[in-house]
Design a protein around this ligand. Structure first.
Ligand code: SF4
Length: 346
């Protein structure tokens, strides 16, 4: 498949080997990043990308210069690698991959397939309007384990899964997130080689991230201390622990958790405070969703969490809670001092 990459592609997809090769061929060295206006511009741009990902969960508008954009992207990976905070790396990878996903969704199919196969090594076949993807590429990058994403709802043809372009882009978003995380882990530069301006950027970003983490840590402490956690069923406790550890949970898990918490009496604000710990938290989106589940929007229906049987089919439960068919039933039994017997399913 022949794909022609433009300079605009290098701006939108600065992780592409072709874009990185182009910057390498310019002979820009780490020492030069510490010298002159060009070095300052690149580090400033890299710093702004990370700060905006931290504060706004989006990236700043791109500059029109592909070389500066690609060099800034690479500098941002160096900065993140020096800071070495896994939550910050996760935050940046998520924000970056979402930005890439927006460009991919407007790009032409051959380029989408090219990025999936050349960059991520996925096996993808395009036949007229049909796209097929190897089942392991599909399963390893699923955004959800429910609805249309479930394997049983997908035509499977000797190890190949049929997907739409939109679905392929969503799967690639996950693949690119992991790819960027991997790039950061592979940065291999001795701190002693780094110029002062990179250290100044590291200090500023660490300080901003650190003060935000202090706020979030207070929420984590409150969550950790909350005696009520002991009376939550294991499915809900696991989701809470994932969020406390700064990991994203699936949409179905978010729904289950929000509905559970609202039904045991937490307010919308209290639920949002917990979701703030997620690396991809966006206040506007989360608020809309939680208010919807609370019955404050749309149909004004207050939702309850899924029944145990549905939690299992969504991949959110691996336990057997004796005599329990709904997580709220577990909770109400527990607060009456009669916690159900729990065993883990093999
Ligand atoms: S059996 Fe029900 S209550 Fe128990 S962990 Fe699973 S979903 Fe939660």
């Amino acid at each position: 498949m022949r794909v022609i990459l433009t300079l605009e592609d290098y701006i939108h997809y600065p992780f592409l080997p072709e874009a990185i090769e182009r910057v390498k061929s310019l002979g820009l060295t780490i020492e030069e990043l510490g010298e002159g206006e060009l070095g300052e511009e690149i580090i400033e741009n890299a710093k702004n990308k990370i700060l905006m990902a931290i504060k706004e969960r989006i990236l700043p508008p791109y500059l029109n210069d592909p070389d500066i954009e690609v060099a800034s992207f690479l500098a941002s990976l160096i900065i993140l690698s020096i800071i070495g905070d896994s939550r910050l790396i996760e935050r940046y990878s998520i924000v970056f991959s979402k930005s890439v996903s927006r460009y991919l969704s407007e790009d032409y199919p051959e380029k989408i397939i090219y990025i999936g196969s050349k960059l991520l090594g996925w096996q993808i076949i395009k036949n007229n309007s049909t796209i097929k993807l190897r089942v392991w590429n599909y399963v390893n990058h699923l955004p959800e384990f429910k609805g249309r994403w479930k394997l049983i709802n997908k035509p499977l043809d000797r190890g190949w899964i049929h997907v739409t372009y939109k679905e392929l882009v969503r799967l690639l978003e996950n693949g690119i997130r992991l790819y960027i995380r991997d790039m950061i882990e592979r940065v291999n530069i001795s701190p002693s080689e780094l110029p002062d301006n990179i250290y100044r950027a590291v200090e500023e970003i660490s300080s901003t991230w650190g003060s935000m983490q202090t706020e979030l840590e207070k929420i984590r402490m409150r969550l950790g201390k909350g005696r009520e956690l002991e009376v939550y069923p294991p499915c809900i406790r696991t989701m809470m622990n994932e969020i406390k550890a700064g990991r994203n949970i699936t949409h179905s898990a978010r729904f289950a958790l929000a509905a559970f918490l609202l039904n045991i009496g937490l307010s919308v604000e209290e639920v949002l405070e917990i979701f703030k710990l997620s690396p991809d938290y966006r206040d506007d989106i989360a608020r809309y969703q939680v208010e919807h589940i609370a019955g404050l929007r749309g149909s004004r229906t207050k939702y309850t969490t899924y029944k145990c049987v549905n939690m299992k089919s969504l991949g959110l439960c691996r336990w057997h809670c004796q005599g329990i068919s709904h997580p709220l039933q577990y909770y109400f039994k527990s607060i009456r001092g009669k916690p159900p017997y729990v065993s883990e399913e093999s």
